[in-house]
Design a protein around this ligand. Structure first.
Ligand code: ZN
Length: 263
């Protein structure tokens, strides 16, 4: 009986192992099918400091919704500094084609090791990088630009900004006409960055009382190594900038422009 019992026990273990193996194989097949579609990947990263009454799902959530509605053949992933590995584990970063970044209060908390990995993915791997508004001072933006990335001044005295399309032939301006958005914070030139390869958008702020700020650069393009970089100046967290249809179009266009396959 003892031998029989051991045999039955062994058979039961083998059956359990077979079920487990089948389950694993099924999961693996599903993953293969998903990756088999070879969707491009855009990661929209933000730090979770935007006011909930303006951005209930933070800025990355708002942008991700816009991208999902517009981009075909793209997997849109949201990531946050509050997620494990600050939202960008190697497995995600290494399959990411374009990263969009909105940071403001937590620049210093982003780990230098992560910044180095992102810069390497852009410069050597060709990943696109899109920096939004206060991201100008993000460690990763400064590292990619190799410059101070400071604006001449920062004033909370504006009512609106008129954004003009300076180069209608630029892919990021496709389908975008001049438009106006509410924007209660303005950055002033000069922006301390290398000379951009293209400036598809400029802007003029209207101040409370009606005066105008001189023309400034609103959308700027560079290469950093093999990767493309785009910076968009508007996007203050107390204004619903990323719900504007024109801005949503610019975000979707920028992702496709920064796609390494478009180089
Ligand atoms: Zn701001």
């Amino acid at each position: 009986m003892k031998t029989y019992g051991r045999l039955m026990c062994a058979l039961a273990l083998m059956a359990a192992a077979a079920i487990t193996f089948t389950a694993c194989a099924t999961t693996a097949n599903a993953q293969t099918k998903q990756t088999g579609a070879k969707k491009k990947v855009v990661v929209v990263w933000s730090e979770g400091t935007a006011p909930k009454k303006v951005y209930p799902n933070d800025i990355n959530g708002a942008i991700a919704d816009a991208l999902k509605a517009d981009l075909k053949g793209w997997e849109v992933v949201t990531a946050s500094i509050n997620d494990p590995e600050q939202g960008l584990p190697d497995a995600l970063l290494n399959r990411c084609d374009v990263i969009m970044w909105w940071g403001h209060k937590k620049h210093d908390l982003v780990k230098d090791e992560l910044v180095a990995k992102i810069v390497k993915r852009v410069k050597e791997g060709g990943m696109g990088f899109i920096g939004l508004h206060s991201t100008h001072f993000a460690k990763v933006n400064k590292a990619l630009m190799g410059d101070a990335c400071s604006w001449g001044d920062y004033k909370g005295d504006s009512t609106t900004v008129d954004i003009t399309v300076k180069d209608a032939t630029h892919p990021i301006a496709k389908g975008v006409k001049d438009f106006q958005i509410v924007q209660n914070e303005r950055y002033k030139e000069p922006y301390a960055v290398p000379t951009p390869e293209a400036v598809p958008f400029e802007g003029v702020y209207t101040l409370r009382g009606g005066a105008k700020d001189p023309v400034m650069r609103m959308g700027l393009c560079w290469h950093a190594g093999k990767g493309k970089c785009f910076y968009f100046q508007a996007g203050h967290e107390t204004n619903p900038t990323f719900f504007d249809n024109n801005v949503k179009k610019i975000m979707a266009n920028a992702v496709q422009w920064a796609d390494p396959a478009s180089n």
